[in-house]
Design a protein around this ligand. Sequence first.
Ligand code: GDP
Ligand code: MG
Length: 287
Amino acid sequence: MQKSGFIALIGRPNTGKSTLMNRICGKKIAIVSHIPQTTRNTIKGIYTKDDCQAVFLDTPGLHESARAYNKILNKQAEGAIEEADMVLYLLDISRPFGKEEEVILEMLKKQKKPIHVAYNKVDIKDNHVVQNSMIYKEKLKELPQVKEHYISALKDHNVDEMVEDLCAELPEHPFLYPEDMTTDQALEFLVSETIREKAMLSVHKEIPHSIQVEVQDIDDETNPKVVHVYADLLVERESQKGILIGKGGSMLVKIGKKAREELEGMFGRKVYLELSVKVQKGWKVGR
Ligand code: GDP
Ligand code: MG
């Protein structure tokens, strides 16, 4: 019987959420973090092993400053918790209990989902760490029932064991995503669907159902500030190619602009989108 579900990952900035996700789900998933894949929240990473699939939901880092803004962030975090089957609350034991933790605790007190708490950075050894951990432990008593884990996301200590415990508590449910779907593939799929949608909306009367998109590359490493996306629009006939390109390229520019704007929202970064149109006879066959 398969188990799968959503786990809301919460914790203030710099507790090690990204590091932990990279550890659990493999490298190169940071880019996924801005993609709204669920109704209200963003998926941070998908972990699939044996009969378990855990989908981690990202929540915005909670800041104690900037009060009005804080409220919005809190609402988003609450949304992730609401949508999730359980909560993974990450603590940084190298830093003392802070106001942000109060905010998170208040939020967690209001709901009844299983809560796992991970004390992260146990590889750091000094007196403050012991003292901080004791204070965290004391404060967490305010929550009805929590499972505790002592981990180092950076040094890969106790992470596998924790994930096993998380999986054990997920509901019995068929996998939410194909089990061979790596986060990279998920990303490519989302990018190609975004481009295809914009193309279809722009020319739907002239070319119904005949546009396919093939993403050649998503490069977020060459320039960390800009995501470069290279994609081909595939059509079946020469005449359709003409329609997609438009007069003097105007249609392609229009599609590219719409797609780029949406992709920038997804990535939370500037996007450079390079689109080409290609005729590929019979692309529907074998797909
Ligand atoms: P996020 O803001 O919660 O996503 O935190 P990051 O994953 O970006 O980590 C913040 C900092 O903490 C980085 O410098 C990480 O290298 C460091 N860090 C994360 N996990 C650990 C850990 O287990 N031990 C130590 N010593 N540092 C860690
Ligand atoms: Mg991060």
